[in-house]
Structures are given as C-alpha cells and as structure tokens.
Design a protein around this ligand. Structure first.
Ligand SMILES: *Cc1c(COP(=O)(O)O)cnc(C)c1O
Length: 401
C-alpha cells in the first residue's frame, strides 16, 4: 500500500480527521488556510530555520555511542541529540513553528495543554520570545507532581491554569484547552504539543518536527556514508517519532521502530500507555480518530508510565496509519527496562537521557547484540533527563533535598 497522507479532510487512511464542534470547525478552517499559505511561503521557512539555528541551536549533532555499543557487542548505536536543544527536548521545534504561524495570523495570545510540563515550558518559552501572552492548562494532579516545571512556566511569564475535572491530568488539560479555544478563537492560537488533535494539527506538527529526520539523512551520509539500518524513537502522541520517521518513509532499506510506554506490562488493563502494542480499538478523543485505550464501555482508560511525557491513551493518526500499512513496527518497553537504559546511558556515555527517550534507547540496547557489528541503529534521543532525576531518585529509594 503506498503512502499518501493526509487527504483533504485530514485523514491518514482511516485515522485522523476533525471531530469537533461547529465553532472549532471555523477555527480549524482558518488555521488550515493560514498554514497552507505559510507552507508555500519561503519567507516563513526562512524565519523558522533562522530561529532553529540561532535560538534552538540546530542542527543537533548525531553522536556515536561507542562505549555503549562496544559493551553490547553488536550493532553500532548512534544518537540524534535532540536533548541538546534549547529547553531540553524536541518540543521547541514545534512550538517555534506554531508561534510563527500565530504571529502570521495576527494572534496576540497562545494557549497550550501540558502533562509533565515540557510542552507548557516550550510554549511559554516561545511566547516570551515572540512577545505573546501565554496560558497553559495543566491537570491539578500534574501541577503538584511537576512543581519545578510549573515554576519555570511562571518565570517565563505564562499563566498556569489548574484543571480539576476528570483524572486531573493531561487528557483533561487538553479538553479544557479545546474548550477555552472555542471561547476565544478570535485572538487566541492553540499550540498543540504533539502530532495529534484535529486536522490540520497532526500534519503541521509533523512538518515542523521533520527537521529531525531531514537533518539525520544528511548527517548520516556525512558521518558514515549511508543511512542507518534501523531508526528508532519513543512514541507518546508521536511527534518526535514522526519527525524522525516521515523523511525515511520512502527509504525502504531503513527499518522504522516506534516504542510505546509498556508501563508495568501491555498485558495489564490500564498500567501502560501503549495503545498500538496492546491492540486497542479505534476511537475518537481530542478531535481525532485513532487507536485508543478504552474499557469495555468505550470509556477512555487510565494510563500509566514512568515517563510522564508518554502517558497518553491515544496515538497520533499518522502512526496508526503507518502501523496499519506495516511501514513502521510498533512495540513497547516497560518501566524497568527504560530505567535500566537510563542508567546505562549515564554510565557509559555521560549523557542523562529523558525517561521518554530511554524507552527508545532500551529497544536499541536489547536489539543491538542480536545484530551484526557493521549494522547501525539510530536512536532519537528526544530530550534530556534533568527533569527526571527526582523520579529516578525516588524509584531508587533516595529522597532529594
Ligand atoms: C513530550 C516528550 C515525548 C513524547 O511526545 P511525542 O509527541 O511522542 O514525541 C518524548 N520525549 C520527550 C523528551 C518529551 O518531552
């Protein structure tokens, strides 16, 4: 099956679309038109690339993890260093793109949802950079769990709104942000944090994140004269993964592997965040159709992952499509395996990875020994782990002061 996506209604095969109220249809149509114009305007991309270079610090390097690879004794592991970006992860690629779009549309205010707080911080960062007001919606429970990121957003000038409904986490924050957007579409731009949500968000987030894969294609040739045998990335909503995968879709020699959060095991009812690996049914949440963890009554399941950034019951529609057509293999890595990979990278390479990225790394660590020494695994190191040291310490029985 050939890959052409999305169609004019925003469907990637049977997934995606925009399942929203009438008011939002209007806002999404306005966004669709603005993005279509921006996409064809070289000046838009010139400004985007300028900020990626001088504000974010791109291109991010690709680093050969030599000691780790030699220890494992199989395929060579290379790391795409998104952890070195300004604000610590790939998320800034997307928030810069959307903030520039907001500016182009004459919007003076941005809103965002956040779970762990990483997208909230990336949104507050660009709002300060472009002189816009910023309001971030965050589940009340997450506000307690992620206090340092809440303070970061406030330092950057954003207002953080506690969402008290539902499970008081990311899912509810996104519902609230969509509700707020309905109420003030005229002056407000909604910056969605992953390659999900109603069309055209999955497409435009992907386009902004494709800088990752596009750089890799050039850098791998410069470094080793060819493309990797496998490219692997963790999948929450799926933005860092689609940014790496999309430019490689037509390169059939490159195996693509997406790693979901297995939590305590994909066989558990709701102690994971792996909708594809657990064979979840198709459903609609946050305005798009995709694989969605649900109970027997179709209620969205609770989720669990040691990494807050992967703790989402759904997955972006392009991933659902890539799974369905078999172009990308999706699998899951459990909490304990991700933690072990986290420690391995600290010890062997002097790099503290994000717990999210540690899932992709764990796949590489498990599979490199089964591969030939001449083969190459490229891991998208989506973010740095400074934000996670409290979590890791606690799991190791250590209380930080
Ligand atoms: C948010 C986050 C993720 C998960 O989001 P995707 O949209 O799936 O990429 C992964 N890694 C890091 C470091 C994050 O902050």
């Amino acid at each position: 099956m050939s890959y052409i996506a999305p169609d004019e209604k925003g469907f990637f095969g049977e997934f995606g679309g925009s399942f929203v109220s009438e008011t939002l249809i209007r806002a999404l149509d306005e966004l669709k038109i603005a993005y279509a114009q921006a996409k064809n305007d070289p000046a838009f991309w010139a400004e985007f690339n300028h900020d990626l270079a001088l504000y974010v610090g791109r291109p991010s390097p690709i680093y050969y993890a030599e000691r780790l690879s030699q220890h494992l004794g199989g395929a060579k592991i290379y790391l795409k260093r998104e952890d070195l970006n300004h604000s610590g992860a790939h998320k800034i690629n997307n928030t810069i793109g959307q903030a520039l779009l907001a500016k182009r549309m004459g919007k003076k205010r941005v809103i965002a949802e956040t779970g762990a707080g990483q997208h909230g911080v990336a949104s507050a960062t660009v709002a300060a950079r472009f002189g816009m007001q910023c309001t971030v919606f965050m589940g009340a429970d997450d506000i307690v769990r992620q206090a340092p990121n809440v303070y970061r957003m406030k330092l950057l000038g954003a207002k953080v709104v506690a969402v008290d409904s539902g499970s008081r986490t990311l899912k509810d924050a996104m519902n609230e942000a969509l509700r707020e957007w309905v109420a003030c579409v005229d002056d407000t731009f909604y910056i969605i944090g992953t390659a999900a949500g109603p069309a055209p968000y999955p497409e435009l987030v992907r386009d902004f994140q494709c800088v990752i894969g596009n750089e890799c294609k050039t850098q791998m040739v410069e470094l080793v004269g060819r493309q990797p045998d496998v490219a692997v990335a963790c999948v929450g909503g799926g933005s860092n993964a689609i940014g790496l995968f999309h430019p490689y879709i037509d390169e059939q020699s490159v195996r693509l592997v997406g790693v979901e959060a297995g939590g305590l095991g994909v066989e558990t009812l709701d102690k994971h965040a792996a909708p594809i690996s657990s064979n979840s049914p198709v459903g609609v949440l946050h305005g798009f159709k995709s694989y969605l963890m649900q109970d027997e009554n179709g209620q969205v399941s609770a989720t669990h992952s040691v990494s807050a950034g992967l703790d989402y019951p759904g997955v972006g529609p392009e991933h659902a499509h890539l799974h369905k057509i078999g172009r990308v293999a999706y699998t899951a890595v459990n909490d304990d395996e991700a933690l072990s990979a986290f420690h391995d990278l600290c010890r062997f390479e002097g790099i503290i990875p994000a717990l999210e990225s540690s899932h992709a790394l764990a796949w590489a660590i498990q599979n490199a020994p089964k591969m030939d020494k001449e083969q190459i695994i490229l891991v998208n190191l989506s973010g740095r782990g400074d934000k996670d040291i409290n979590t890791v310490a606690k799991l190791s029985g250590i209380e930080l002061g």
